[in-house]
Design a protein around this ligand. Structure first.
Ligand code: NAP
Length: 670
């Protein structure tokens, strides 16, 4: 029997006193034991703070993003081992796609976003700088810096891999070490994943620790620089939060009675009907319905109720349930016999208010030992009085259980959906923009995500129940009020936003990003001849001046076809409140600016990839002269060969007034 380890203070500690048994979900055979009452969880917290945190923070955002990518690549190369073990949790091969591949994919997304959207530095700039005085000599800038504690991630049993990876990816990117505590029932899969990650050899000591089994009184030593991120039932969330010292940041991802609405525009003949059938069947059967985002309630226009019951019954009756290792099985078991009992008890509560129209345990013959394996048949209910019912909106049967309920009109569907009292996700199947708008306005405040699907999006739609690393996962009210994922937003959950005040030079030094008004340094030679690594923030090129003539304006107008009256017709231009008479095109100014600052010879600058924040500030009249200041504002490495350089371009006239400002993006060779 496997003795599941905990990884504490740099060493593996085997299961020991107080260990609990872990059984194969499909056979009931005890395969492992987890937990050790002697585990020094408080010492692990100290180790993470003192060893892991400083090591992670010594790396910059890009170092940590590369580390995530290396972890993802290593896990990808060894995912078969994770698949093989995951069968013991009752999950099918298709389910592993969600847990194992979904987790690895999340690491890849954060690795890529970290490199593209975060600086090659130690603080993350938030928004533009705010000048606070008349001359711009003093101002403020919001930045994020990593918390100095540990992130304690407590996970539910249903996603032993994804549940861990989706939490550690943003925490690591932020520079915060993590202690992971998986649910005991599937801790052996998490343990293997941790072993694989350590084997990759890229994690600094103390960055990742693992507690299998109970946490003892380890959470009592947490403080305000730490964070607890909990996923599980609302009841446990309350217990965990209640036991934390004051001031420890706590987020909860809890149970959720997610709904799906068939729009009133859907008919049996429309493609949306089949889309709904597919989504509902998939959500009921993937992971045997053990997904926090699964569809538990379906709002159906009254006339579609019976056709939908018929179609879903036909689909669900084809689903072969059983041991996920057996040939032909499409839906595995739930995670344990106690979980099966829990699901059946909850289904019985729902059955008091709703009629079972398909499935159920009676006559159910799974592939495998029906007594010892934690098999649950799909249960499809219809509740004909959803307004008077309580359990169908409030009891989460964490298995293949869903309830259909008829609605009269869209307002009724919205009201019923919101009876979930806060959900992770709701889906809407409609081809009508009007319906989508009304539903989003009606249910948005009670949901973390609204997923709209129809014939136009079905091919690429990611699925009602799949949280995407790019988008927020979490929901208000009953769903826990937490927020996870959502791209770089998720990284900020592990950082502190601080408003730093000072001069432009100080703020440039703090952020590593040029702040308008900071000292510009002129150097010999053209900056376009300098390689990526040698370009210093603040290095500035001031160009020659160039006069703009009426001939230039007319030539540009004819050449480009832009003969807008403000450039061509003196009287009409004068009638316009913005112009003193005929003026130069904004794009002429940009083009002449480029003509002034580029270095024509082949060199390290490889390409101009775009402009950001372009503003035309003052008109340029014939006879005016322009000059450009081009300053290195920010740099981000892209790969071993080149990086992105962001230049601040300021174009001014003969009086020193700024006429245009923008940020120019270039790729520069290393
Ligand atoms: P659970 O029983 O609430 O357990 C969740 C976690 O809390 C487990 O790791 C559990 O460890 C741990 N735990 C229990 N008591 C604790 C304590 N006193 N101190 C510290 N940790 C403690 O939930 P579950 O049965 O694993 O998961 C099913 C539930 O999770 C469902 O309600 C589902 O909706 C929800 N869920 C939500 C999301 C989401 O993102 N919103 C995702 C997945 C699941 P042990 O296993 O060792 O007891």
């Amino acid at each position: 029997m496997q003795r599941i380890g905990s990884f504490a203070k740099g060493v593996w500690v085997e299961a020991g006193p107080g260990a609990r048994p872990v059984a194969d979900a499909a056979t009931g055979e005890v395969i492992a034991e987890a937990g050790n009452d002697m585990l020094d969880v408080a010492g692990m917290v100290a180790y993470a703070r003192e060893i892991g945190g400083p090591a992670l923070r010594a790396m910059d955002f890009h170092d940590r993003a590369r580390m995530l990518k290396a972890l993802a690549l290593h896990l990808n190369a060894h995912k078969q081992a994770l698949y093989d073990l995951s069968f013991t949790t009752g999950a099918t091969l298709a389910d592993h796609g969600f847990d194992v591949d979904g987790g690895i994919g999340t690491l890849f997304v954060f690795a890529s976003k970290g490199r593209r959207e975060m600086p090659e530095g130690h603080v993350l700039v938030d928004g533009a700088w705010e000048p606070l005085g008349k001359t711009g000599a003093f101002g403020g800038q919001h930045v994020y810096t990593p918390r100095l504690g540990v992130a304690f991630h407590i996970n539910a049993f249903n996603f032993p891999v994804w549940g861990m990876l989706e939490k550690i990816a943003p925490a690591f990117l932020a520079g915060v070490p993590s202690i992971v505590k998986p649910a005991t029932a599937t801790a052996h899969v998490t343990e293997l994943c941790v072993r694989l990650m350590l084997e990759a050899g890229v994690l600094p000591d103390g960055a990742l620790q693992l507690v299998t089994g109970g946490v003892g009184d380890g959470l009592a030593v947490l403080g305000p620089q730490d964070a607890v991120t909990f996923t599980g039932s609302a009841a446990t969330a309350g217990v965990v939060q209640g036991g934390l010292p004051r001031g420890v940041p706590f987020t909860a991802e809890q149970d959720s009675l997610n709904a799906s609405i068939l729009g009133p525009d859907v008919t049996v003949e429309s493609p949306e009907f089949e889309i709904a059938v597919k989504e509902i069947t998939r959500e009921m059967t993937t992971k045997a319905g053990q997904k926090c985002t699964a569809i538990r309630r379906v709002m159906v226009p009254e006339p579609l109720l019976q056709p939908l019951v018929d179609r879903l019954s036909s689909q669900l009756s084809k689903v072969v349930v059983g041991d996920p290792r057996a040939e032909g099985v499409r839906m595995g078991s739930v995670v344990s016999l106690s979980q099966r009992q829990d699901v059946l008890e909850k289904a019985a509560l729902i059955g008091r208010e709703a009629e079972l129209v398909c499935g159920g345990q009676e006559g159910f013959a799974p592939v495998g030992d029906a007594e010892k394996g934690a098999f649950v048949a799909p249960h499809l209910f219809v509740c004909n009085d959803p307004d008077g019912a309580e359990h169908v909106h409030g009891t989460e049967a964490f298995g293949p259980v869903s309830t259909l309920m008829p609605y009269r009109d869209l307002g009724h569907a919205i009201a019923l959906t919101n009876r979930g009292a806060g959900s992770l996700v709701a889906s809407l199947v409609t081809h009508s923009g009007d319906v989508a708008r009304e539903v989003v306005q009606g249910i948005g405040a009670w949901h973390g995500r609204v997923y709209v699907n129809n014939r136009d999006s079905a091919k690429e739609a990611t699925g009602h129940g799949a949280p995407m690393p790019h988008l927020t996962h979490g929901g208000p009210g009953r769903a826990g009020g937490g927020e996870e994922l959502g791209g770089i937003r998720a990284v900020k959950h592990y950082m502190q936003r601080v408003a730093v005040q000072g001069s432009p030079d100080i703020l440039t030094a703090v952020t590593g990003r040029y702040v308008s008004g900071a000292t510009k340094t002129a150097q010999e030679g053209h900056p376009f001849q300098v390689r990526f690594g040698d370009l210093k923030i603040g290095r500035t090129l001031t160009t020659e001046t160039r006069e703009i003539t009426l001939d230039d304006i007319e030539h540009f107008a004819e050449f480009t076809g832009d003969t807008f009256y403000a450039h061509m017709d003196e009287e009409a231009a004068k009638r316009n409140p913005f112009f003193p008479g005929r003026v130069a095109h904004g794009y002429l100014i940009l083009s002449f600016a480029a003509g002034l600052f580029v270095e024509p010879n082949e060199g390290p600058v490889l390409a101009n990839t775009g402009l950001d924040s372009l503003r035309f500030l003052k008109p340029v009249s014939p006879g005016d002269s322009i000059v450009v200041d081009l300053t290195v504002m920010d740099k981000k490495s892209r790969n071993d060969d080149y990086g992105e350089v962001r230049w601040h371009a300021s174009v001014s006239n003969q009086n020193g007034d700024a006429v245009a400002e923008y940020e120019l993006l270039t790729m520069v060779a290393k």
